[in-house]
Design a protein around this ligand. Structure first.
Ligand code: SF4
Length: 369
């Protein structure tokens, strides 16, 4: 078996139908599959996901299903020792009663999207009217029902100055993690909402402050160069290069830095409602379909995943970068903006060659087990 990161994060888009029409979302028009057939296919998908023993398993798109179907899938996953988190869309049909029932059948975690501290800011990013209050209501009910709650926020020009306000809003609810997602622009109009590289760089110290101040965890998605930023700060603080060479096995602190950001392909995979396996949610190439090839084979040895894991395939600044083994830039953003999956990430401001030599074997890849 080829070398690949063990225990990946798996995100599964259970259904694609959604009538919310959120900005920058690729979900499509409603379609309906026979319930029995859908459940059988869902169970087969869960079997394959369980074989990877993921460290995180997130189910999206469940809100379009009958709540009874969602209960069955959660139950099935729990019987396979999986602990799925449910990512809830604004158009979800799940009521407070449904959430209570899911908790009784094994759901322990749920994820909501909050894009601003006010209805106006939330709407500017989300693009769906009336969801701010309903999301907050659901979030509080989920906490009351005993669920661990995560919040996801997509950082754009519309809310970048509102992060402190959002933190104030979600702190009292007692969330367990805040996922800060840097926008991957999937449409031409969304590009104008993306931060420029300097703005992203300026935001990293603010994210560090939030991490230090808040009791909930903070994770960056869509900007793996946050790891580069954190390693630069660690080096400035006195971590020597001999220690860095053994990254990330040396200490929990360094492991924690690696885990502070999520990147495409390396330790992450996305499964579409049709069974296509992608290296990222917004990386629209399919590496294979689990109806025809086992998921572990696609993840570990498909051409796409293997190519994306190899930092020597990177081009431009990312290809010359001392940090490419721990970062590599967002492949989804490179594809969306430069139409080249291996191009450098336009959201990163770093110019390679500005640091002391960093060992090339910076990241020891874990062997799938
Ligand atoms: S240049 Fe590329 S690999 Fe280097 S830190 Fe920036 S995004 Fe990461």
């Amino acid at each position: 078996m080829p070398v690949c990161e063990a225990h990946p994060i798996v995100m599964w888009e259970l259904t694609r139908p959604c009538d919310a029409h959120c900005r920058n979302c690729t979900a499509g028009a409603p379609a309906r599959q026979d319930s029995k057939e859908m459940l059988q296919e869902a169970y087969r998908t869960v079997d394959q996901i369980a074989s990877l023993t993921p460290r995180e398993f997130i189910i999206a798109g469940a809100g379009a299903l009958d709540p009874e179907e969602v209960v069955r899938i959660i139950q099935y996953a729990r019987h396979h020792d999986l602990d799925p988190a449910l990512a809830v869309s604004p158009s979800s049909k799940l009521t407070a009663e449904d959430i209570g029932r899911l908790v009784r059948h094994g759901l322990t975690r749920i994820v909501f999207s909050i894009e601003g501290s006010t209805p106006r800011t939330h709407y500017r990013v989300h693009g769906v009217a009336g969801t701010f209050e309903s999301t907050l209501r659901s979030l509080r009910r989920a906490r009351e029902a005993g669920l661990a709650v995560e919040v996801s926020t997509t950082i754009t020009r519309g809310n970048v100055h509102d992060l402190a306000g959002i933190a104030d809003l979600i702190r009292p609810v007692g969330i367990s993690r805040w996922n800060l997602r840097f926008l991957i622009p999937m449409t031409a109009s969304a590009r104008s909402e993306m931060l420029v590289a300097g703005e992203a760089e300026d935001l990293f110290p603010t994210i560090d402050e939030i991490r230090q101040r808040e009791s909930f965890a903070v994770r960056v998605i869509g900007a793996p160069h946050y790891r580069r930023y954190r390693l630069q700060r660690a080096l400035e603080a006195g971590i020597d290069h001999a220690t860095v060479r053994q990254w990330p096995r040396v200490s929990d602190t360094q492991r924690e830095v690696m885990d502070s950001a999520v990147d495409d392909a390396r330790g992450f995979l996305f499964i579409t409602h049709a069974g296509d396996v992608r290296a990222g949610e917004f990386l629209l190439f399919s590496a294979g379909n689990l109806r025809y090839r086992p998921l572990d084979a696609i993840y570990c040895s498909s051409d796409l995943f293997v190519a994306l894991r190899d930092p020597d395939n990177l081009k431009g600044r990312c290809g010359r970068c001392e940090f490419r083994h721990i970062c590599g830039g967002s492949r989804a953003r490179a594809l969306a903006i430069k139409d080249n999956i291996f191009a450098d990430d336009p959201l990163c401001a770093y110019q390679p060659g500005n640091l002391l030599p960093i060992p090339t074997a910076l990241r020891q890849t874990e062997v799938s087990s």
